[in-house]
Design a protein around this ligand. Structure first.
Ligand code: C2O
Length: 507
């Protein structure tokens, strides 16, 4: 089937924590924005009209592979030009993977202003479909009272030499602080939870109830019991919760921001948000029993993928990336992979790949600051990450899931320091599309370059995206040249933005 959404993107006013009205980016006059729902195999069409007036935009469908449709992936200056105010742009893709995803702006640090919502791919053939009665989609997020534009210019300025990220004002569940989830005794529910936040990872638990994890980041897992999970920015998890058999009490749902990420803990702020599992609306909504850490969430890397896919063979190509936070001598702090801080090019990297002919296999054509790596088709690729920074970083790869074949604990030093051999790798590694690199630790992600396209690899903390913790994987560029057709509205977006690509469209 074809599922079509018409999205008119506008400013609305919102006040989800009851502390301050602020301009927020909504869709069709509403915020929170709608959940996109499709079935596996559907074609998804999203017609965007940018009515913001003062900002350009774009949409990324986080976690979808965009097979044959890298030009629909959304990041501005990577696979498209910005959608300017007043302009229309159509995303058109087929969805061939089940699970819990989300969509968000992928333009100039914009999504924390509100343009972020769930995207659910229903699977009539799910191995778990008989295990539950109903499905509940839930988001966790962090919220700022100020707009990203102002926060970003302060964050990237000399006035912030330490590079301290702005600390969120509030945590939200379903973009509110008043979430009540009605449950019926004895029923089993599939919760699909997404962290759509800008920065904070969150610990999540349901008092008096256990979770049975069935999926993370669109990857089905062997069922695993958990009493608490951790979701970094951009991670998803779906799990069963079986309602109790009696209605004698209601129970708190708690999401608690990971304060280890914050350089400062401003006074008077509440890091937690409480919602409720409601069995009886006449009974009180109790406060949580425990709110202080240290928390011990379920270990996501300990999960086993449902398909039991074994570890991919030895790598053909290894990309080694050191994560460094430093400045460029101008007083502000930037983020680096090795010695490069990412800066988006004017001509989208994809369009360069399409027009460079045989030179498209030479990373130099994409410019130093795109930090591009060219991958040949059907290679096994290892990304070795060394965190030379004391912070956590949730890394995300577009267009793929990766196997997490090694992840060190905190403070383990570099991969070389960890003295790991192939014998230390799991036989059936967990795979996902977003994974947390530990403070001063290291990890190895392995994937197969079987999806021609231009794919970003980046930390999903929006502050670190803006400060340059991003690289570009140009996968099978000659194959893209042979197969990809850029539609007229995408080329028109570049024309309007004054980016010279239209004459060189691939066809
Ligand atoms: Cu949800 Cu480039 O990310």
């Amino acid at each position: 089937a074809t599922v079509t959404y018409d999205f008119n993107i506008t400013w609305v006013t919102a006040n989800p924590d009851g502390m301050a009205d602020r301009p927020t980016i909504g869709i069709n006059g509403q915020w929170p924005i709608p959940t996109i729902r499709v079935n596996v195999g559907d074609r998804l069409i999203v017609n965007v009209l940018n009515s913001l007036g003062n900002e350009s935009t774009s949409l990324h469908f986080h976690g979808l592979f965009m097979r044959g449709a890298t030009h629909m992936d959304g990041p501005v200056s990577v696979t498209q030009c910005p959608i300017l105010p007043g302009e229309r742009f159509t995303y058109n893709l087929t969805v061939d993977q089940p699970g819990t995803y989300w969509y968000h702006s992928h333009s100039h640090g914009q999504y924390p202003d509100g343009l972020r919502g769930p995207l659910i791919v229903h699977d009539p053939k799910s191995p778990f479909k008989d295990m539950y009665d109903e499905e509940i989609v839930m988001t966790v997020s962090d919220w700022y009272h100020d707009l990203m534009h102002g926060l970003l210019s302060r964050f990237m300025s000399k006035a912030n030499p330490t590079g301290a990220e702005p600390v969120p004002n509030s945590a939200l569940l379903n973009e509110t602080q008043d979430l009540a989830v009605p449950l019926q005794p004895g029923k089993t529910y599939l919760f699909r939870m997404v962290n759509i936040g800008a920065f904070a990872g969150q610990y999540v638990w349901f008092e008096g109830h256990n979770m049975t994890i069935l999926e993370v980041d669109g990857v089905y897992t062997h069922p695993a019991e958990a009493s608490m999970i951790y979701l970094s920015a951009a991670q998803r998890c779906s799990f069963l919760i079986t309602a109790r058999n009696d209605t004698s009490a209601n129970f708190p749902i708690v999401a608690s921001m990971d304060t280890d990420l914050f350089d400062t803990l401003p006074d008077g702020l509440n890091w937690n948000v409480t919602g409720w599992l409601v069995y009886d609306t006449a009974k009180p909504l109790p406060d949580p029993a425990v709110l202080d850490g240290p928390f011990e969430p379920f270990d996501d890397i300990g999960l086993v993928p449902w398909d039991n896919q074994t570890i991919l063979g030895e790598p053909d190509q290894t990309i080694s990336l050191d994560v460094i936070m430093d400045n460029l001598g101008d007083g502000a702090n930037y983020a680096f992979f090795n010695n490069i801080t990412y800066v988006g090019p004017k001509v989208p990297t994809l369009y360069t790949a399409l027009t460079a002919g045989e030179h498209a296999t030479n990373p130099a054509v994409y410019g130093t600051y795109t930090h591009s790596f060219v991958l040949e088709q059907d290679q096994i690729v290892d990304i070795v990450l060394n965190n030379l920074d004391p912070g956590k970083h949730p890394f995300h790869l577009h267009g793929h899931t990766f196997q997490v074949i090694w992840r060190s604990p905190d403070e383990a030093g570099t991969f070389a320091d960890s003295n790991v051999t192939a014998a230390d790798y799991p036989r059936v590694p967990m795979k996902r599309d977003t994974v947390v690199l530990h403070p001063n630790g290291n990890m190895v992600l392995r994937f197969k370059s079987d999806n021609p396209g231009v794919w970003l690899f980046h930390c999903h903390i929006e502050w670190h995206v803006q400060s340059g913790l991003m690289a570009t994987f140009v996968e099978s560029p000659l194959d893209i040249q042979r197969t990809l057709f850029i539609p007229a509205d995408h080329l028109a977006a570049c024309d309007k933005a004054g980016v010279p690509t239209a004459g060189n469209a691939a066809g």
